[in-house]
Design a protein around this ligand. Structure first.
Ligand SMILES: Cc1cc2nc3c(=O)[nH]c(=O)nc-3n(C[C@H](O)[C@H](O)[C@H](O)COP(=O)(O)OP(=O)(O)OC[C@H]3O[C@@H](n4cnc5c(N)ncnc54)[C@H](O)[C@@H]3O)c2cc1C
Length: 518
């Protein structure tokens, strides 16, 4: 299959990019692939909303810029922060124009407040904003005849000069594996876009769905694409314990914005002793405080006390949280909610320019898999959906322009070789994969979690080297499966994350190595 553009990932960034591109040039042929169905990905689970300055009577771009820079702890790119904040309003209007609904009050967007924001500026749809956006974008994408949608197909490797034996220093599409037959097909494309989301499953507790295994990052790593900031993994302070159907359910930050309080096992409110902003301090501070309280207690969680929020507000503003808690016998607002921090968001990723272009020509990265410079060492709540919207727009314009430039001709793309892989001896189900995956997650959680130290990083590095060797042996001797492909990506990214973490000698934002504290 030869296409103008291959988009890998159908969350807010991939779908927005494809809609924009198809709208601006209906002649361009686009294929979009999703690892599961079109709707599965981090976007769908976003509860809080999108941070966009909307009430100019009390809020301003400058205030949002300042809040973002403060959260990023001196590591944001100020130019990026400025244009992302300033372009957000227009991008939001487009999203609304495509059918996305947001809550309103007196005909104005209802604005919520979240940790680290100095004003109310989070536009939302109840507490299921992501689902609302995802549904609207999927409905819109289906209206374009020049877009082909391929569900249940997973990226294996990017096609580069290594495969074509050329020296154009470009990306030429990707090899992808089908879920049903586990067959590898080639999709050649003049432009390839990674919008594959995060890698929360490197950790035992994550708010991300199971498919978030960092596949785009893993493929970029093997293609030698530059990545930065991987150790800046944001842990969301308030994930519900226990898991429900194997999935960690998030309690949106907006619950604390609406008055929810954090209490330790003794029932004492503890945040004021850690930070003057108390429950509304940035996530890294709240997550570390919770982790400390857990370490000092015999109980492996703390509580979110929702009693300051009236029941009517729970039912109308936070219906998903209300119903989910009720389903496991927690009746709001009177019952305390047991919560733990969980791996939530990768602030780093594939380094891109102001238009989402990576350092490999023909390859763009947008959304959570990219490192734009917006988040620095810590993402401000609800800035990631905003970043996805702004960069999808910018990348769409840049990609269309690049298609007009002199690129290898069509015959070249048609002759790209099929997947060669390595010769293998066994196509039995590989039983070690699950064991190795759990071992990786457990080491990442214990040694590379909220609190790190030099010895722990060293130990994690060694364990990861062992897992990597085991994975390569499996890869060389067995038919490539989806599960093996995921594990190969996870171990590569874990290795790179640890390597980068060992080099960080100053704690910033979400990164905290106890040996860096003098
Ligand atoms: C529980 C939760 C709540 C959140 N709440 C908020 C919030 O309120 N506000 C906010 O701004 N942010 C929030 N975030 C973060 C935000 O949702 C994500 O950063 C954002 O949605 C990422 O969008 P994306 O398009 O980059 O990726 P995703 O939405 O994660 O989509 C990734 C896509 O890539 C595809 N994919 C992955 N691997 C492969 C592969 N190997 N082959 C093919 N396709 C692949 C998937 O199928 C999927 O289509 C939240 C995240 C979570 C998990």
């Amino acid at each position: 299959m030869v296409k103008d553009i291959l988009v890998i990932g159908t969350g807010i960034s991939g779908l927005t990019f494809a809609i924009k591109t198809a709208q601006k040039n209906p002649e361009v042929s686009i294929v979009l692939i999703a690892k599961a169905d079109l709707s599965e990905g981090n976007t769908r689970y976003a509860q809080g909303g999108i941070a966009v300055v909307s009430n100019f009577k009390i809020d301003s771009y400058q205030k949002h810029i300042d809040d973002t820079l403060i959260a990023g702890d001196g590591s944001c790119d100020p130019e990026v922060v400025k244009f992302v904040v300033e372009e957000g309003h227009e991008r939001l209007q487009e999203l609304i124009g495509w059918g996305t609904q947001f809550d309103t009050q007196d005909n104005l967007l209802h604005l919520a407040k979240e940790g680290g924001h100095s004003e109310k500026r989070i536009v939302h749809y109840k507490d299921s904003t992501g689902q609302q956006i995802q549904d609207a974008l999927i409905a819109k994408i289906r209206t374009f005849p020049n877009i082909r949608l391929l569900e249940n197909h997973s990226l294996v490797d990017l096609i580069t000069d290594h495969h074509t034996k050329t020296n154009f220093k470009r990306c030429y599409g990707a090899y992808v594996i089908s879920k049903a037959q586990e067959e590898i097909i080639k999709i050649s494309a003049k432009i390839t876009v990674l919008s594959t989301g995060g890698a929360g499953n490197l950790y035992a507790h994550t708010t991300n769905p199971e498919i978030a295994t960092g596949d785009g990052l893993g493929a970029a790593y093997r293609a030698k694409v530059y990545m930065e900031g991987l150790p800046y993994v944001q842990f969301h302070p308030t994930a519900l314990l226990p898991k429900i159907d194997g999935h960690t359910f998030l309690i949106t930050e907006a619950v604390r914005g609406a008055g929810g309080l954090l209490r330790n096992a003794e029932g004492d409110r503890f945040m004021p002793k850690y930070d003057s902003r108390a429950e509304l301090a940035p996530r890294d501070i709240v997550a570390r405080a919770i982790e400390r309280e857990i370490q000092q207690s015999k109980v492996k969680h703390v509580f979110l006390d929702g009693s300051p929020i009236p029941i009517e507000k729970w039912e109308t503003r936070f219906p998903s949280v209300f119903d989910t808690c009720a389903s496991i016998g927690i009746h709001l607002p009177k019952d305390y909610i047991p919560i733990v921090p969980a791996a939530h968001y990768f602030c780093g990723g594939i380094k891109v320019d102001h238009h989402g272009a990576s350092r490999l020509k023909g390859l763009y990265a947008i959304g959570e898999c990219s490192a734009t410079g917006l988040h620095g060492a810590n993402r401000l709540a609800s800035n990631s959906l905003l970043e996805s919207l702004v960069y999808s727009h910018r990348a769409a314009l840049a990609a269309l322009e690049e298609l007009q430039q002199k690129l290898p001709d069509d015959a070249f793309y048609e002759q790209i070789p099929e997947w060669m892989g390595d010769p293998y001896t066994s196509s039995e189900k590989i039983s070690e994969i699950d064991t190795l995956r759990k071992k990786l997650q457990s080491v990442m959680t214990e040694k590379v979690g909220i609190f790190k130290d030099n010895m722990g990083l060293e130990e994690a590095d060694q364990v990861m080297a062992g897992i990597y060797d085991a994975v390569i042996t499996l890869y060389n001797n067995n038919k490539l499966t989806l599960a093996l492909s995921e594990l190969r990506n996870m171990v590569s990214i874990a290795h790179l994350l640890i390597k980068q973490a060992k080099l960080l000698k100053v704690n910033k934002g979400v990164f905290y190595n106890q040996d860096n504290v003098s």
